[in-house]
Ligand binder design. Structure first.
Ligand SMILES: Cc1cc2nc3c(=O)[nH]c(=O)nc-3n(C[C@H](O)[C@H](O)[C@H](O)COP(=O)(O)O)c2cc1C
Length: 203
């Protein structure tokens, strides 16, 4: 089949994109409002950008009504955030935090998610996350306008908290020990416990 995205409604395009661009890593993003209200939400439009300078991005998409997500509103007020990674044992709690709570209501409190203070930024980090990146805002790049339009959030990574229990023999995190979850289409997920290796060409 052939799909012409310019002829499809944005909601249908979203379904085709999220059922084809996969698996997607999940950024579980912690932010704080000017008044100090904490917020936590998952985003699977998430990637590393470069190590020089250490940079990542994630993408809050406007609601179907065209409203900004709480995460974006907070970052516009306090330009700092923590990206927590999500292991299999945290998947259910992560999913709970995708609930549309009223602005200012904390997912940490609503779902009893244990937190720890961060060192360089104001937002909290998720205590049980295998990895947490403390970030400051680098840039917000808007893409489109209105319902389902996006704001690409680029963050400069300052600190990475890594659970030592996830380290492999080479001193780096092992995908199996991390046991991260990736998002597929709809309600489906995958895990990094299944993998295979390919040797890179010599030249
Ligand atoms: C696994 C998962 C991945 C998600 N990825 C995104 C995403 O990339 N962008 C987005 O705007 N919403 C995404 N969502 C939905 C948001 O998490 C949801 O709208 C949430 O309520 C936003 O919270 P906030 O308003 O507190 O920022 C995702 C939800 C789940 C469960």
């Amino acid at each position: 089949m052939l799909l012409d995205f310019s002829a499809l409604p944005a909601r249908d395009v979203y379904q085709w994109m999220t059922h084809t661009i996969l698996p997607r890593p999940i950024a579980w993003v912690s932010t704080v409002s000017r008044e100090g209200k904490t917020n936590l939400a998952p985003f699977s439009f998430f990637q590393g950008v470069t190590s020089n300078p250490p940079t990542l991005l994630f993408i809050p998409v406007n609601t179907r009504e065209g409203a900004k997500k709480d995460t974006l509103r907070n970052i516009e007020q306090v330009p700092e955030f923590v990206v927590n990674l999500v292991s299999g044992e945290l998947a259910a709690q992560m999913n709970q935090t995708a609930a549309l709570l009223p602005y200012g209501e904390s997912e940490f409190e609503a779902f009893g998610i244990a937190s720890l203070p961060s060192q360089r930024v104001r937002p909290l980090r998720v205590a049980a996350a295998p990895v947490s990146f403390e970030c400051t805002l680098h840039q917000i790049v808007p893409v489109g306008e209105g319902p389902l339009a996006a704001n690409v959030v680029f963050g400069r990574i300052h600190l990475a908290h890594v659970n030592d229990a996830t380290l492999g023999a080479n001193g780096l995190p092992d995908a199996g020990l991390l046991d991260l979850v990736g998002r597929l289409g709809g309600n489906a997920y995958t895990r990094t416990t299944e993998r295979f290796e390919l040797k890179r060409p010599d030249r």
